[in-house]
Design a protein around this ligand. Structure first.
Ligand code: C2E
Ligand code: MG
Ligand code: MG
Ligand code: MG
Length: 282
């Protein structure tokens, strides 16, 4: 124990641990307040058909609007995971996404799927699948309009229960994508058993293109063999796009097309311009 290792260890470790615990508690409290005060917002990034340029989907990405600044999920999702606040935040994301799907359908007759991110703790939570189903029912949203993105690492935590959960989501009609594919430790034999519809090539491999293409080629080949849709994440330039087009990758997402946008900008750029005629002529 620390005590056995010398009495000065206490003096050294205790204040640090207390400090860390109190930072954690403060952040947990402020994440809770953030939910109550409606400080979370979703930005939307389009996914485009690489051949036609059509918007075939979008990804909802959370941000925290705090004191006039936008805080990135990379800095609060890990704390939310650690403190358990991710469950409530995740429920808010599901709710907000279903509301948006319903709203876009009603106002614009626009119905490309919205993808939401589900992190490991959320995926382990027993109420995830019922929560998603209930939200879809409540907003009269077709399950095909909602896609769930789960990282490879979350799926591999407990493969047998992951398979069961994915089957429940799939049989209810929701789309399932493996996020950041290639960065985790997927067993290829399990991959075949996972009822997924899409693999997203991690941005790290896309940024290596076109010079270093071994991994991206292999993932594309694997996707083709397993009959999955492939999305290339983090497409940033023309050269990467040309390579992906040449290799038959169907869908792209990245700054080259668009950054994640506030909802009003997403609507103005990708929905309203194509729908005005429908709205005004009816
Ligand atoms: P992700 O799901 O892999 O999302 C892609 C991230 O890459 C996003 O960062 C996006 O803004 C960024 N990105 C997209 N295109 C490009 C590009 O061309 N270049 C570069 N450099 N980056 C690009 P973001 O929005 O900061 O999100 C980071 C991560 O936070 C997400 O990674 C996801 O794991 C997590 N996250 C975001 N929203 C949620 C959420 O609602 N719930 C949960 N549980 N996690 C979320
Ligand atoms: Mg994602
Ligand atoms: Mg990703
Ligand atoms: Mg990621």
């Amino acid at each position: 124990s620390a005590k056995a290792a010398g009495s000065n260890q206490w003096a050294f470790f205790k204040p640090q641990m207390t400090e860390r615990a109190s930072v954690r508690l403060r952040t947990e409290a402020s994440l809770h307040d953030a939910l109550e005060n409606n400080e979370f917002i979703l930005h939307f990034q389009p996914k485009l058909d690489i051949e036609t340029g059509a918007v075939v989907g979008c990804e909802a990405l959370i941000r925290w609007q705090k004191d006039g600044r936008l805080i990135s999920p990379a800095s609060f999702i890990p704390v939310a995971e650690e403190t358990g606040m991710i469950i409530q935040i995740g429920q808010w994301v599901v709710e907000q996404s279903c509301k948006t799907i319903k709203d876009w359908k009603t106002r614009y007759n626009f119905s490309v799927p919205i993808a939401i991110n589900v992190s490991s703790q959320q995926f382990l939570d027993a109420s995830l699948v019922p929560d998603i189903k209930q939200a879809a029912l409540r907003y009269q949203v077709a399950p095909q309009s909602l896609e769930i993105e789960i990282t490879e690492t979350s799926l591999m935590n407990d493969i047998e229960s992951a398979i069961i959960k994915l089957q429940q989501l799939k049989s209810a009609g929701f789309g399932i994508a493996v996020d950041d594919f290639g960065t985790g430790y997927s067993s290829l034999s399990y991959l075949r058993r996972l009822p997924i519809s899409t693999m997203k090539i991690d941005r790290g491999f896309v940024s290596d293109l076109p010079e270093e293409s071994a991994i991206a080629s292999t993932i594309l080949m694997l996707g083709k063999q397993l009959d999955l849709n492939i999305v290339a994440e983090g497409v940033e330039n023309e050269q990467q796009l040309a390579w992906l087009q040449n290799q038959g990758c169907q869908i792209g997402q990245g700054f080259y097309f668009s950054k994640p946008l506030p909802i009003e900008s997403f609507e103005a750029k990708y929905i309203a311009p194509n729908r005005n005629t429908i709205k005004t002529s009816s």
